[in-house]
Design a protein around this ligand. Structure first.
Ligand SMILES: NC(=O)c1ccc[n+]([C@@H]2O[C@H](COP(=O)([O-])OP(=O)(O)OC[C@H]3O[C@@H](n4cnc5c(N)ncnc54)[C@H](OP(=O)(O)O)[C@@H]3O)[C@@H](O)[C@H]2O)c1
Length: 324
């Protein structure tokens, strides 16, 4: 097997965008364990990702209390030669109490443009709408209508959906109205939920899929031995999950593969998936993630992994029961 020297690129579904198979996620950019933020470290993480070859940045108006977009903008200005090569995706919902109306959506996009220092955002997602307000989001006077308007004004390139769990995300994805989706908490070495409805719908409509949370908040980067919950963000796992991860680590060891490489390459192995955006709090994490995406993995590993694929409910609310 030959190892690529650079991150491969793929077309993001039916959009005109080419993205590296690895992006960088900004939800915890520069966040310290005590909840405060170190913007310098956050910017260094983005620069490290870009310098290692990453050409996709996943951010959102809400991330790190609004600082993530500003930090991304600063990093982009540090690398002007990459300006037209990096795909920046952000998300509309600039305040927690967001009503997904057209007016709020325009305000949110304008805030993002200003913070990022851009006049055009290649890809904008509607962030975290619950399934229960589908009509409001998708109907006249809602977020989708405004994003289409901003698209016709040349401010927004492509429009996607990015709800925070598969139960909320799926109806939007299955509407066929979006060109791309961010899919969190639904596909990793510990979750196969997206295989049931999300990936088939995405393939039916030619949508680009960006898998989020591929590392299950870092558990699949460090493995269980290095687990020190107090050093990390959102790291609480059941003994059952930890036992399974230990078994995955043993499999990786038998094949001479790092768990991090297995976790990142697994998600982009699926034909419906274009790319994945692990979060990097610090620059060394971004560098390690690129190295892991380029690590050679023998075919025998994927074969032996197959029977170990399972779904654990790690971070999900209960699945709603169907209404008849
Ligand atoms: N609704 C949505 O659109 C949505 C929802 C969720 C996520 N996302 C996007 O997806 C991205 C990824 O999700 P996530 O950041 O929550 O989870 P994740 O990618 O599964 O895990 C990221 C965490 O793993 C740890 N980590 C990353 N690389 C590492 C490395 N090389 N070595 C050791 N530890 C490493 C870091 O945590 P510690 O340093 O704390 O250990 C990091 O914060 C987000 O940043 C965001 O851009 C989008």
């Amino acid at each position: 097997m030959t190892t690529p020297k650079h991150l491969p690129t793929r077309k993001l579904g039916k959009t005109t965008l080419e993205v590296t198979t690895l992006g960088v996620g900004c939800a915890w950019l520069g966040r310290r364990a005590d909840g405060s933020t170190d913007e310098e470290t956050g910017q260094a993480a983005i620069l490290a990702a870009l310098d290692s070859g990453v050409r996709l940045i996943d951010t959102a108006s809400l991330y790190v209390d609004g600082t993530a977009e500003r930090v991304v903008g600063q990093a982009l200005r540090e690398r002007p030669a990459l300006a037209d090569k990096v795909v920046v995706e952000t998300k509309v919902r600039d305040v927690r109490d967001f009503g997904y109306s057209a007016d709020e959506t325009r305000r949110s996009v304008e805030t993002s443009l200003q913070r990022l220092g851009l006049s055009h955002i290649p890809l904008v997602f509607i962030h975290d709408p619950p399934a229960g307000i589908f009509e409001r989001v998708m109907g006249p006077g809602g977020a989708l209508t405004m994003l289409r308007q901003l698209q016709s004004e040349g401010v927004v390139g492509h429009i996607g959906i990015a709800s925070n769990n598969p139960w909320d995300n799926t109806p939007y994805i299955e509407s066929g109205e979006f060109e791309a989706a961010v899919v969190p908490d639904a596909y990793s070495l510990l979750s196969q939920v997206a295989v049931e409805r999300i990936f088939p719908a995405a393939e039916r409509f030619g949508m680009g899929i960006v898998v989020a949370t591929p590392l299950e908040r870092g558990l699949l980067a460090t493995g269980v031995a290095a687990l020190r919950p107090e050093d990390h963000i959102n790291r609480q796992f059941t003994p059952e999950v930890l036992r399974h991860v230990a078994e995955l680590e043993a499999l990786c060891q038998r094949h001479g593969v790092s768990l991090l490489a297995a976790a990142l390459q697994f998600v982009v192995h699926h034909p419906a998936v274009s790319t994945t955006v692990p979060g990097a709090r610090r620059p060394e994490q971004a560098v390690a993630n690129t190295a892991a995406m380029l690590e050679p993995i023998p075919d025998g590993f994927w074969h032996d992994l197959e029977p170990m694929l399972a779904t654990y409910n790690i971070n999900l609310p209960p699945e709603p029961t169907p209404q008849h």
